[in-house]
Design a protein around this ligand. Structure first.
Ligand code: ADP
Length: 710
């Protein structure tokens, strides 16, 4: 619940509460699930406390988890109920349904046949349902039924066990190459010292960072039979490959945790983590809130990835919170990336993190050649998006039987639809932003709110027929162009529209890894992390796209995204090639990408940030307020501006209209706060918030270290 602090209750005689217990607590007329976050002796207050209703028969949250939840709420300037709700997501999911097992009763069968003997053998350990038993014995269902009818076998319902097989850290992993071995030794030495410590595993794409952190995980699991390891990934689409590698390395499935995991399976992971039985979890950012009692290592793979930032509901950055949780749990943390964030690089430069570098690809694989295609010199034809040099390279690649990845970070067919008769742009009625055309579904979609409508036949503004034209490219349009250029090629699109769930995403990734696709047109969802052995050409359709947004991290993000995308090429024995189509080849980001000189790019970017006092040299927070009435909102923002605490080292900008000024009928305004690193910005923001009471219609969100400035 959005309550500012924990409530006090009396513990009924004999309940025997401990920290982290789940309880049923009365609140007004209702009975709610609560968690014990502190216990103390009553000091005879003047109001009698309400007694708790019951101690729930549910796993207890370990002390580290309870502390972490409270820390996270304070850091994010949110109510403790927000992170607690995330932590209890698995506990509130329905239990897996009981399963049927067939057991021997001890009654001897009236007659024996070879088929019956096989069934009796297969039924010995009593774990199979009747159909599974028939299948295991290779007999018909009738044989099993006959034995049940005779009383030789009995069927029993059992609770599905939240059980995971123990990982075996002693299994041989890959033989590490010398630089991998050096990195692994260094990180193992760090972890062996015990306690909280952080390593940055900074290795070029394909250098084998996964091999190194799995080796570190093996050491942690071997050193302590209770130790648990958490591996965080930024995208659901990346989890499957890592799960397979973990399963192969340790001979046991890890727990899988993300929003596409079905609730009963989530419950199973949650309980097995809480009991300590599930020792390795591979998951997306919310896995950080699982109730690990013995967390010893957290790996944040692709640590630079902005997907680790949760922007809605409880606002947090999973990389930053992973470091905080590591500190609370006295655990090791490994941050892995080919393009670390400036925040992490700064910590490594200053010696707060142990810095391990892998500068070459594993084996014979070479870094790809990177070419800039100057679109001013080689513009694509009208209504086309692929330049002649890129098309030529695609043809050569296809002729050699190799794969191409075309990268464009834009879903749908076209980002804008306008009427060529009257010039009207099709905008979302809810947000004022452009509606994106999707040809697969034949609809115009608002990517912010999900609003969609069929593409109209006539312009809604002037009524002209067949006057609506599609402007600019999305992945679907590039797919269309690739198909028309290479009719024999197998072309597919990977975006959140085609890979709409984890299974579909996995299918596409496997098809690509398997060589069943010649040309994959993909948004960032497929451009990072994956290993496609036969992929030798990466074409970036619009390398300038990310630079246009113009927020603090635009250059950094573009560099990271394009370095990741181009890093998909040539990961096996064949050399790779990457081509970046750009209108600004002289831009520092493009020059650094071509020269593959990350250090120069980082140095220049750091210098600019330092000059401006921006992260990682200063700290930022944002206040986003929204309400249905523009005047009321403006008045509230003025009140809020006046209530800001006056502190040295803090500057407040705004109120200003948010770039997304209107979402679902609500106006939006923002403040941006910049503070010196020495300021406790969370405390500052909490004080500020406590001084104002927004009207009921106005919602206020605080975003510590914002990544989105919309
Ligand atoms: P990164 O995470 O740095 O991009 P990966 O760990 O995915 O790199 O490794 C890239 C590829 O090289 C993978 O296919 C991996 O199996 C292979 N590889 C890396 N190191 C080794 C090794 N020591 N022995 C065998 N294969 C390796």
């Amino acid at each position: 619940m959005p309550l500012p602090e924990a409530f006090d209750y009396a513990e009924p005689e004999g309940m025997g509460l401990e920290l982290g217990d789940q309880v049923a607590a009365p609140l007004g007329p209702r009975l709610l699930r609560g968690v014990v976050v502190g216990l103390r002796d009553a000091v005879g207050g003047n109001r009698p406390l309400k007694p708790l209703d019951a101690l729930l028969e549910e796993p207890r949250l370990p002390p580290g988890t309870v502390e972490f939840i409270q820390w996270a709420a304070r850091y994010s300037v949110d109510w403790p109920g927000s992170p607690l709700a995330i932590a209890l997501r698995g506990a509130r999911a329905p239990k897996p349904r009981p399963t049927r097992v067939t057991e021997l009763t001890g009654v001897a069968p009236g007659r024996t046949t070879p088929a019956r003997t096989k069934v009796l053998e297969a039924a010995a350990d009593g774990t199979l349902s009747p159909p599974d038993l028939a299948r295991a014995a290779g007999v018909s269902a009738g044989v099993v039924k006959g034995l049940i009818d005779e009383g030789v076998l009995a069927v029993r319902m059992v609770e599905a066990k939240a059980h995971f097989a123990a990982p075996d850290p002693g299994r041989a992993g890959s033989v590490l190459n010398p630089s991998q071995a050096a990195a692994a030794d260094s990180v193992k030495a760090m972890l062996a010292e015990g306690g909280f410590s952080v390593a940055l595993l900074d290795g070029v794409t394909g250098s084998g960072k996964t091999e190194v952190y799995l080796e570190a995980a093996a050491a942690v699991l071997a050193a302590d039979p209770a130790a648990q390891v958490l591996i965080l990934l930024p995208e659901i689409a990346l989890t499957q490959a890592v799960i397979s590698r973990v399963a192969e390395r340790f001979g046991a499935e890890p727990g899988e945790w993300h929003s596409d995991v079905a609730p009963p399976a989530r419950r199973r992971v949650w309980e097995a983590v809480a009991s300590g039985n599930c020792r390795i979890v591979v998951g997306a950012r919310s896995a950080l809130f699982l109730p690990f009692p013995h967390l010893k290592l957290i790996v944040v793979d692709e640590e630079h990835d902005a997907s680790f930032k949760q922007e809605e509901g409880f606002i947090y950055h999973a990389r930053d919170l992973a470091v905080a949780r590591g500190k609370i749990e006295d655990a090791g943390v490994i941050l892995a990336s080919a393009t670390p964030s400036l925040e992490t690089l700064r910590n490594a430069e200053q010696g707060r993190y142990r810095w391990l570098r892998l500068s070459t690809r594993h084996g014979v694989a070479q870094m790809p050649d990177i070419e800039l295609v100057d679109l001013r010199e080689s513009p694509p034809d009208h209504g086309r998006w692929l330049s002649a040099p890129l098309v030529k390279a695609m043809g050569e690649t296809f002729a050699r039987g190799e794969q191409t990845l075309l990268f464009l970070n834009r879903r749908g067919y076209a980002p804008l639809v306008l009427c060529k008769a009257c010039g009207e742009r099709m905008t979302s009625p809810e947000t004022d932003s452009w509606l994106v055309e999707h040809r697969y579904s034949g609809r115009l979609v608002c990517h912010l709110t999900g609003f969609s409508m069929p593409k109209p036949k006539a312009c809604p503004h002037c009524g002209a027929h067949d006057s609506l034209v599609s402007i600019g490219p999305g992945v679907e349009r590039v797919e269309e162009e690739a198909k028309s250029l290479f009719p024999q090629a197998r072309v597919a699109v990977f975006s959140s529209d085609t890979a709409f769930d984890a299974r579909e995403g996995r299918r596409l990734i496997e098809a690509m890894a398997d060589g069943q696709i010649d040309i994959l047109v993909a948004t960032q969802a497929a451009a990072k992390g994956h290993n496609f052995p036969n992929l030798t050409l990466v074409g970036v359709v619009d390398a300038d796209l990310g630079l246009r947004g113009g927020d603090l991290r635009a250059a950094e993000r573009t560099y990271q995204l394009l370095a990741q995308a181009t890093g998909r090429a040539g990961r096996k024995d064949r050399p790779g090639r990457a081509m970046l189509q750009t209108w600004a080849p002289e831009h520092a980001v493009m020059q650094a990408l071509q020269a593959q000189d990350r250090d120069a790019f980082v140095a220049a970017e750091m210098a600019e940030r330092e000059l401006a006092g921006l992260p990682p040299f200063g700290r930022l927070a944002a206040v986003i307020a929204s309400g249905p009435d523009a005047h009321q909102l403006e008045a509230f923002m003025q009140t809020m501006a006046q209530a800001a605490p006056n502190t040295t080292g803090v500057a407040i900008y705004g109120p200003a209209d948010a770039p997304l000024g209107l979402i679902r009928g609500r106006r939006r305004k923002r403040f941006l706060v910049r503070a010196d690193r020495t300021v406790d910005l969370s405390a500052y923001m909490a004080t500020w918030r406590a001084r104002v009471k927004p009207p009921a219609a106005i919602r206020v969100a605080i975003d510590i270290d914002p990544y989105s400035f919309l």
